[in-house]
Design a protein around this ligand. Structure first.
Ligand SMILES: Cc1ncc(COP(=O)(O)O)c(C=O)c1O
Length: 389
């Protein structure tokens, strides 16, 4: 059996999405900036895709900008808001994806902003009192805190953090890459200035994503400058000929995700619960990192398993792979390797860093795959334990 449990890294393309993309790769090949009919046809496909995304997120198409993925969308929100608004401080957490953390660290090193990290507890919960303290001490601030953590699955209450940011007139960006297409985002209600999406995390194509920019930004500061300068594509926000088939695929993937969200959620959550239950029963001393075993406070797609002994995990991922199971030890970008995780090592009093395996699920996983993964993990673990003795 080959079982894919690395859906937080990327997901399989839905065949219906491919079908929607194919015409744009073949007969509909015009440049959307061209004014002749070949171009106009493709321009219409892009604008239709924008409308679909905007409608699903309950916002206006004018607030959706297509990008090359989650990383570019995060970079645009962070770099352009700091530059456009002259923000002097940024607050983030040590658990963010490197798309956010490295961007802010770079800006901090350049002297563009002062950077503050909000405290987290052993389970990776954001200390909201500390966040409030930081907000009070530092006006003119960008807050960047992710909605769903790609490694430990922790969910953040965007409503609460957004209100706090509004109270302190801070700009609020949330990396929603792991929740987009898996949770509903109602942008009429949500107090955020920027959120992002990456199509390949919800059965769309790789290399395409989007940025939501609140038209007036909810913090009242007006539109941001472009991050990529060039042509007038994306209403002057992002130069460069559009990834047309990617954009059409993204919209189709999001449409499917929204249409089937509740049933898929229920199904995927049942797979995750099954794995938690079986591992608790069969693997003495197993733990779960972050809040990932807490179904109401974590992504239903992510389970971060803490092994009872940290000495033997180096070979485990490798042996799981040989047995046909693709899982991950680190973050999405170091998936398949176990190089150590900046997220796990940022959790206070947590020594699970070397003994962690992340299983991440999708609608394409089956009960048989979960049972096989548990059987294999238990067997490999026992074998390695016997070898160590
Ligand atoms: C939370 C989070 N943010 C950002 C990204 C980057 O997205 P992309 O690979 O589309 O650039 C990822 C993907 O690994 C992610 O999980």
């Amino acid at each position: 059996m080959r079982a894919y449990f690395d859906n937080a890294a990327t997901t399989r393309l839905d065949p219906e999405v491919l079908e929607a993309m194919l015409p744009l790769m073949t007969e509909e090949f015009g440049n959307p900036s061209s004014i002749h009919s070949h171009g106009r046809k493709v321009r219409t496909a892009i604008e239709r895709a924008r409308k679909t995304v905007a409608t699903l997120l309950n916002t206006s198409p004018a607030e959706i900008f297509f990008t090359s993925g989650g990383t570019e969308a995060d970079n645009t929100a962070i770099r352009s808001s700091i530059e456009t608004y002259g923000l002097t401080h940024a607050i983030t957490s040590p658990l963010e994806h490197h798309a956010v953390l490295h961007t802010l660290e770079h800006l901090h090193k350049q002297g563009a902003v002062k950077l503050n990290l909000v405290e987290v507890d052993e389970a990776g919960r954001i200390n909201l009192l500390h966040l409030e303290e930081l907000l009070r001490a530092h006006p003119n601030t960008l807050v960047s805190l992710m909605h769903g953590n790609n490694e430990i699955g922790n969910l953040l209450d965007l409503e609460t953090v957004g209100r706090l940011c509004q109270e302190h007139k801070a700009v609020f960006h949330s990396d929603t890459v792991q929740t987009m297409g898996h949770y509903r985002h109602d942008l009429q209600q949500l107090p955020v200035d920027f959120i992002v999406g990456a199509a390949h995390k919800f059965h769309g194509p790789k290399g395409v994503g989007f940025l939501y920019v609140n038209a007036h930004t909810k913090s009242g500061r007006g539109p941001i400058h472009p991050f990529i300068h060039g042509g007038s594509q994306e209403r002057n926000m992002r130069g460069g000929t559009e990834n047309v088939y990617g954009i059409v695929g993204l919209a189709k993937a999001l449409e499917i995700a929204y249409a089937e969200m509740e049933s898929h959620r229920q199904y995927i959550e049942s797979l995750k619960s099954r794995m938690i239950g079986q591992l608790r029963e069969r693997l003495d001393g197993v733990s779960f990192n972050g809040l990932s075993a807490n179904l109401s406070e974590s992504l239903y797609t992510v389970l971060n398993v803490g092994l009872p002994s940290s000495e033997m995990s180096d070979m485990l991922l490798f042996n799981l792979d040989i047995a046909g199971i693709s899982a991950s030890g680190g973050s999405a970008c170091t998936s398949g390797s176990n190089l150590g995780s900046h997220v796990l090592s940022a959790l206070p009093h947590n020594d699970a860093e070397r003994g962690a395996i992340r299983f991440s699920f999708s609608k394409y996983n089956t009960v048989e795959e979960v049972d096989y993964a548990v059987d294999t993990l238990v067997e490999l673990f026992k074998r390695e334990q016997a070898a160590v003795k």
